[in-house]
Design a protein around this ligand. Structure first.
Ligand SMILES: C[S@@+](CC[C@H](N)C(=O)[O-])C[C@H]1O[C@@H](n2cnc3c(N)ncnc32)[C@H](O)[C@@H]1O
Length: 177
């Protein structure tokens, strides 16, 4: 794959200054682990993936999406490598974050996609600033029921925790959580 595509994707990600737009003091950062992945590392990780896992129709989920470092790169990979239009690429993009402002910023950066406020570790939890629609979508994405019931069922989406992980044949979980 041409170096030029990766350079152009990095430029798109860097249209937003790293960790910018939200004031995060050290208390907040230690509570939420909001230290985002620098663009060069995002590109390095994505370069290791088989490009087909980002092909048209392949869902990309970052369950701890922050301000969207991975999701913005994944969107532009779909556009620049596979020739998808932005609207179609965004239909494949999903993000979840527990912080309202990250969710809103990520959505703005992407220009769409399904970006929800939610707790990926306890998807059925109703968060104070979460909308009804977001809560319903969290249940639809991760499944309903309490944690112990959910653990007994085969998860629809893999648990968070690795640099990237394939879940079934259609979902890529891309997150440093
Ligand atoms: C280390 S940052 C990673 C952000 C992004 N994936 C990246 O690599 O730049 C972790 C993110 O997870 C969010 N977070 C923490 N606990 C969470 C939870 N239980 N559910 C969803 N998001 C969570 C934080 O708000 C933060 O934005």
């Amino acid at each position: 794959m041409s170096k030029d595509i990766w350079r152009r994707i990095a430029e798109k990600v860097d249209e937003h200054d790293f960790m910018a737009g939200i004031r995060r003091d050290h208390l907040r950062i230690s509570a939420t682990a909001e230290v985002f992945t620098p663009t060069d590392l995002v590109i390095e990780i994505l370069r290791y993936l088989d490009p087909e896992v980002l092909a048209p129709g392949k869902t990309v989920l970052d369950p701890a999406c922050g301000d969207g470092q991975f999701l913005v790169a994944a969107k532009w990979f779909k556009v620049l490598h596979f020739g998808m239009n932005e609207e179609a690429a965004l239909r494949d993009i999903y993000g979840v974050d527990i912080m309202r402002d990250n969710v809103d910023l990520c959505r703005r950066r992407l220009g769409g996609g399904t970006v929800l406020m939610g707790n990926s570790l306890r998807p059925s939890e109703r968060l104070p600033l979460q909308t009804e629609a977001e809560h319903a979508q969290m249940l639809a994405l991760f499944g309903e029921g309490n944690e112990s019931e959910r653990r007994k069922r085969k998860p629809r989406l893999h648990k968070v925790g690795a640099a990237h992980r394939s879940a079934g044949d259609a979902t890529v979980v891309a997150s440093l959580f």
